[in-house]
Design a protein around this ligand. Structure first.
Ligand code: ADP
Ligand code: MG
Ligand code: MG
Length: 248
């Protein structure tokens, strides 16, 4: 599904990714762990096409298609979805309006017609109920005054509505209490499917108690320096990243 080969990328003239190679087959959930500054967020931005991130070498393909040749909105249309470390607050824009706009932008980029209001509301009600979100909350300005857990629920709802093909969660667990962590994990686990791939980026092991990854990779100084099963996350929790920092 997602195949990254010898990826090199720079930000502001500084090389951050230095030959990163990674494959995530469809249906699998892979975790990326690594020390602060390793390049984890840079990888997620490079994959989603954020401005200012320059790929200097290597490739990244989704189902064989050159992802790096596509504009950010085209990648979103292919279903590449990045969950934010810090959810946006948008005063004046109801959550429902925000989600509908995102959904229609995705449909437009796919050459599909806009979703009709009744169909959208029906879908939003169903998905909100499944995630135990009070529908009235969707009428409030997006994330404004929401608790950490509510913001996460809202983000999971967006994901469920947009049905991503490839989902990247970048330290979505940072600052969450145990209840919010469970909400995120349940939402993510519900999105597991044979057609969908996921990359879960986290600094801490605890999220992986709830989202069992198929593979765990260590990202250090811009490269994947070790890969293994879920037990690798436990080893990192016990022993820290020092060993891998030296290897990098
Ligand atoms: P991580 O997510 O693993 O903590 P990042 O990908 O955020 O790491 O950052 C990797 C490195 O790139 C860090 O050394 C950081 O200081 C640097 N970096 C990130 N963004 C920029 C930027 N806009 N300009 C210059 N350097 C940056
Ligand atoms: Mg960081
Ligand atoms: Mg980061």
């Amino acid at each position: 599904m997602l195949s990254i080969k010898n990826l090199h990328a720079s930000v502001g003239g500084t090389e951050i990714l230095k030959g990163l190679t990674l494959d995530v087959p469809a249906g699998e959930v892979h975790a990326i762990m690594g020390p602060n500054g390793a390049g984890k967020s840079t990888l997620s931005y490079v994959l989603t096409g954020r401005e200012g991130y320059e790929v200097t070498k290597g490739s990244a393909t989704l189902d064989g298609e050159d992802l790096l040749a596509l504009a950010a909105n085209e990648r979103a249309a292919r279903g590449v979805f990045l969950s934010f470390q810090y959810p946006l607050e948008i005063p004046g824009v109801p959550a429902l309006t925000f989600i509908r706009t995102a959904l229609n932008a995705q449909r437009k980029a796919r050459g599909e017609p806009e979703v009709a209001a009744p169909a959208f509301l029906k879908l939003a009600r169903e998905k909100a109920a499944a995630l135990k979100i009070d529908f009235d909350m969707l009428k409030r300005a997006l994330n404004v005054g929401f608790s950490g857990g509510e913001k996460k629920r809202m983000e999971i709802l967006q994901m469920a509505m947009l049905e991503p093909r490839f989902l990247i969660l970048d330290e979505t667990d940072s600052g969450l209490d145990i209840d919010a962590l469970k909400i995120v994990s349940e939402g993510v686990n519900a999105l597991r499917s044979p057609e969908r791939g996921m990359l879960v980026i986290t600094h801490y092991q605890r999220l992986l108690d709830h989202i069992r990854p198929d593979r765990v990779h260590v990202l250090s100084a811009g490269r994947i320096v070790a890969s293994g099963g879920p037990e690798l996350a436990l080893e990192l929790e016990r022993e820290g990243y020092d060993k891998y920092a030296r290897a990098a």
